[in-house]
Ligand binder design. Structure first.
Ligand SMILES: C[S@@+](CC[C@H](N)C(=O)[O-])C[C@H]1O[C@@H](n2cnc3c(N)ncnc32)[C@H](O)[C@@H]1O
Length: 288
């Protein structure tokens, strides 16, 4: 039976460790630090808020897709970095295990921002799929209006069921690692995520796996390295159209080699199955 064991991280905030999978929700360096740096700031939420308010005026929605609700730290971090920005943060969060949310609500909150979402998160758990107001920001910390739409179930099924017209300004890609659960890291789910990203939007994930980066490229996103957070030297950023930092030369070479190897493997598979190669299969006049 899965249990979620509380573990305190080095910045004082708590995370939960999944005993069945042997994976914690955050790095030991700091759960709150990871949420702020790897997700809320890496996805440029404050900069995005400025762009949206300049274009559409105060009160404009800023939409975040949060994959893996967990303890709600990413939700609270998004709220905290948007204090005083004048947008209405609308979070759609996907979580397969109600118990992780319940266990998280029993732990000490990381800080007043995390405490401020507890009532809303508990309400959202009772009314999955409904929009819940997250209530007032912590006193004296700047207004940050926010709502939460929590979907319970496998992330792929939840996302497929959300109105196809829903588009997001940011994606927090924070499920379990591909090494323990690959189901959300394959082409079909990431294609669906990519199709939901607005122009100018940003995805951030803790994973720096070459396979993940290649899949993000295959689904049409520009991909770059995420910054060091604590002892984790890199994550991954992706965007439909935003210029991203280049990969360090050694990583770029490894990605190129992996792409060549994947193409060769694919070609060998095709030949075994007697299928035409990609080039042979192109229609006359199609672009390469
Ligand atoms: C790294 S933790 C997320 C931490 C969280 N973002 C936070 O701020 O506390 C990963 C979460 O993803 C959830 N998860 C893993 N696989 C999932 C799936 N296929 N569908 C939905 N949620 C999933 C886990 O139950 C877990 O709560």
């Amino acid at each position: 039976m899965t249990t979620w064991e509380p573990r305190q991280t080095q910045d004082g905030s708590w995370t939960l460790y999944n005993t069945e999978l042997g994976e914690a929700c955050h790095s030991r360096d700091g759960a709150w630090m990871e949420s702020v740096e790897r997700y809320a700031k890496a996805c440029r939420l404050p900069e995005r808020a400025v762009e949206l308010v300049e274009r559409d005026g105060a009160g404009v929605p800023l939409r975040v897709l949060d994959i893996g609700t967990g303890l709600g730290l990413n939700i609270a971090a998004a709220r905290s970095v948007l204090a005083g920005c004048g947008v209405l943060l609308q979070i759609t969060s996907l979580e397969q295990d109600r118990d992780v949310i319940r266990a998280g609500l029993e732990l000490p909150a990381a800080n007043p921002w995390h405490a401020s979402i507890a009532v809303g998160l508990a309400q959202a758990l009772e009314k999955p799929g409904e929009i819940v107001d997250l209530g007032p920001s912590p006193a004296g910390m700047g207004e940050s209006r926010a709502s939460l739409e929590l979907h319970i179930g496998h992330g792929a099924e939840c996302l497929a069921a959300i109105d196809k017209r829903s588009r997001f300004d940011a994606v927090f890609m924070d499920p379990f690692s591909p090494a323990v659960d690959r189901s959300l890291w394959g082409t079909s789910f990431l294609q669906e995520v990519s199709s939901r990203m607005k122009p100018g939007s940003m995805l951030s994930t803790f994973s720096a796996a070459i396979r993940v980066r290649r899949t993000l490229q295959e689904v049409g996103l520009l991909v770059g390295p995420g910054e060091r957070v604590g002892s984790k030297s890199s994550g991954t950023l992706a965007s439909p159209d935003r210029a991203l930092p280049a990969f360090p030369a050694a990583q770029a070479r490894r990605m190129k080699r992996a792409a060549v190897a994947a193409r060769a493997k694919d070609e060998a598979r095709r030949q075994r199955a007697n299928e035409p190669s990609v080039d042979e299969g192109l229609e006359p006049g199609s672009q390469t």
